[in-house]
Design a protein around this ligand. Structure first.
Ligand SMILES: [Zn+2]
Length: 265
């Protein structure tokens, strides 16, 4: 049998016996969650999905042995706000939360004690946090969601565009860095949002959470400036975000739950 597809951290490529043996060595699993939604005229619809999977696999590769498990990803997310643009496939908040909850409970049943959800799509965040909270409530294991928090502060210092939140300077750069053939820079546009309100600005430290249908604030679907994207910026962004996530996963991977909870759990 060919080992071409088999990797010892990819859950779905192992046998149940192999998983049973590995669960004695490592209690941490990474669950990538994405979205299939419009990303402007110049990027494919799978950016959030691909990025979450790419990140999860790179992180596992770079972690020390025993590496955390990487689970099969969830491709679809909460994208109703992009539904005016073709190509967008959305599931409801309830469906996603229920699905993630079920997977989490099933992982806990297998013996997984720590779940790191790597979320590639900002608008999945409240739904995934809700699911994480319910898994923690019922299975009493550690569950966390990273939607870029572990490295956003570094990434935003690399770009010039304010409110660059969707298919703009950041996401176009990260896609250029790993899949340049899928980026059409001739169609890249600048639709920098000027919200002129510190509390509504998406990248402001004082920004409140609010929701809007994309077509109300962007014609092309881009929110940011895709024209400023470069391969170099994208490479740096990947390097930093992978490094920070490896650091984080290593910090929890071999820490017993009781210690993570400071013996108060
Ligand atoms: Zn995106």
């Amino acid at each position: 049998m060919s080992d071409k597809y088999k990797r010892d951290f990819l859950w779905e490529t192992l046998t149940w016996k192999e998983i049973e043996a590995r669960l004695k060595l490592v209690d941490t699993a990474i669950l990538p969650c994405g979205a299939i939604e419009q990303h402007g005229p110049h990027l494919p619809v799978d950016v959030d999905y691909f990025d979450a999977v790419y990140m999860a696999e790179k992180v596992a590769e770079r972690c020390a042995d025993p590496k955390p498990f990487v689970l099969p990803p969830i491709p679809f997310g909460v994208s109703y706000h992009h539904s005016a643009f073709k190509g967008t496939l959305s599931v409801t908040n309830n469906a996603l939360a229920a699905f993630v909850y079920d997977i989490g409970m099933s992982l806990a049943h297998n013996g997984i004690k720590k779940i790191v959800i790597i979320n590639g799509h900002g608008d999945n965040k409240p739904t995934l946090s809700f699911a994480a909270q319910m898994i923690n409530r019922d299975a009493k294991i550690f569950v966390c969601v990273d939607t870029g928090e572990s490295s956003d502060v570094d990434l935003y210092s690399l770009i010039e565009t304010p409110n660059d939140i969707h298919a703009g300077e950041l996401e176009t750069s990260t896609t250029l860095a790993v899949r340049p053939d899928l980026v059409n820079m001739d169609l890249a546009v600048d639709e920098t949002l000027d919200l002129n309100n510190e509390y509504l600005d998406f990248t402001s430290e004082r920004g409140v959470n609010w929701y809007v249908h994309t077509q109300r604030i962007s014609e092309s679907g881009v929110m940011g400036n895709a024209k400023k994207a470069t391969i170099e910026k994208g490479r740096k962004m990947w390097e930093i975000s992978i490094e920070k996530m490896v650091e984080f996963v290593e910090s929890i991977k071999n820490t017993p739950l009781e210690k993570l909870y400071q013996n108060r759990y």
